[in-house]
Ligand binder design. Sequence first.
Ligand code: UDP
Ligand code: MG
Length: 323
Amino acid sequence: MDGMPLSQATALITLVVPVFNEEDTIPIFIDAVRQLRLDHLRARLEVLFVNDGSTDATLSILRGLQAREDFVGYIDLSRNFGKEAAMTAGLEHARGDAVIPMDVDLQDPPELIADMVARWRDGAEVVLARRTNRDSDTAIKRTTASWFYKVHNLLASPKIPDNVGDYRLMDRKVVEALKQLPESRRFMKGLFAWIGFQTAEVSYTRSERVAGQTKFNGWKLWNFALEGLTSFSTTPLRIWTYLGFFVAIPSLVYAIFIVMRSLLIGSDVPGYASLIVAICFLGGLQLIGIGVLGEYLGRTYLEAKGRPVYIVRECELPPTRQA
Ligand code: UDP
Ligand code: MG
């Protein structure tokens, strides 16, 4: 920017786009981005794709685009690290004055970018894109997603906003803050919420994927939800303390009662059913408790190794142009 205040200079906006087997969608996405005009906002766009270990023609398409277009770059990861890691790679390499992570399937509509940039120009540090309806998602996905937000926000803090995905504009200083968070298991929605900053919102209707298939099935989403919860809350651990008291205190009372009764009246042998029920119930509780403990221990173990979040095989950033 050569010392010129940002408000007068042309700002660079980097779109960070993780792609995993998206040979059908990338050309459509690039056409849509090419249509965008941000001159009146004194901004220009560049696109930084992150190839997340695709096994189709994605990488060669990206290489071709990078050679032909002066606003396209790509990072090629050494294997599939998952969307969160791919997004992290993109955010760490992006050079824009503002950065926007977005999906390649046009479910995050590029038309919204002008609004976001305008809000950013007005002083917002983060501009969230909120989905006003999710009719394009299946009923199951909508219901489970809303349960997830409810449970997560009940147990974890800070709360993550409902109906907001990864699609958002972040000012350079927000991106720098994100880069400082050291954890290697990255639940981006939670990290975005954690760093805070002044936030504005724009809204949109989520449409269907333009081409290709979703990469997230039910099992992946379930694990993703667990990841989010355990990353941002230790309440599941604490629940066991309370449950322990809840079981132990009545047990103590009951124990005193039995001992007294045995002393005063003598013991009667029956009691098999209640004995077995108590053993099974407590055994089950203990196993669940150990499972929850294990979940956190496992996370601690993985974090302790301190492995990098992703490995880059090849990196071609968009050429820097003097604005
Ligand atoms: N994606 C990725 N790595 C993965 C899975 C997905 O980079 O392991 C990318 C994918 O190419 C797309 C974005 O993440 O750009 C969102 O994926 P998708 O549309 O399949 O998710 P959905 O919209 O169904 O939640
Ligand atoms: Mg999608």
